[in-house]
Ligand binder design. Structure first.
Ligand code: RB5
Length: 154
């Protein structure tokens, strides 16, 4: 069976939450690669979003989780990358549905928005839920086609 390795990355705003999630992922037996940052010192979130997205694009990791203060900056940066479908989630329903309907491959969490307990429920929903396919595939394909048509009006 194909090895499924999760990618993790954060800025200073998400550093603590990333560490909390790493401990819980270890307990759950989920394999991951941590692309930094490695301290709580101020850094620029696009650098870390880029590292994580590259790992997914290269096939090193199958999905990823980005952490910053709100999750929003990371999500904006991630969605500029080809093949990336990133979603900020602050509730489990959205985390589950963005896997089932949007085939999101990157989850973005706000370390200043959600507490550890809720964040873990969101992470588990994201990791454990599969894409439903079917009619949702058509829609996801339509979204991804925008990447190929940047010069056209949309
Ligand atoms: C850093 O202060 C903060 O702007 C960043 O973590 C993130 O929330 C950006 O969207």
């Amino acid at each position: 069976m194909e090895k499924k390795i999760l990618a993790l990355a954060c800025d200073h705003g998400g550093f603590e939450l990333k560490n909390e999630m790493k401990a819980l992922l270890d307990k759950k037996g989920v394999e991951y690669v941590d692309f930094g940052c490695d301290t709580a010192e101020s850094v620029n979130y696009p650098d870390y979003a880029h590292k994580l997205c590259k790992a997914i694009q290269d096939g090193e990791c199958y999905r990823g989780i980005l952490f910053c203060g709100t999750g929003i900056g990371m999500c904006m940066a991630a969605n500029k990358h080809h093949g990336i479908r990133a979603a900020v989630c602050s509730d489990t329903f959205s985390a589950r549905l963005t896997r089932m309907h949007n085939d999101a491959n990157v989850l973005c969490l706000g370390g200043r928005v959600v507490g550890v307990g809720l964040a873990w429920d969101i992470v588990e929903s994201f990791v454990d839920t599969e894409f439903e396919g079917g009619r949702h595939s058509t829609r996801v394909d339509m979204v991804m086609a925008f990447e190929e048509s940047e010069n056209k009006e949309c």
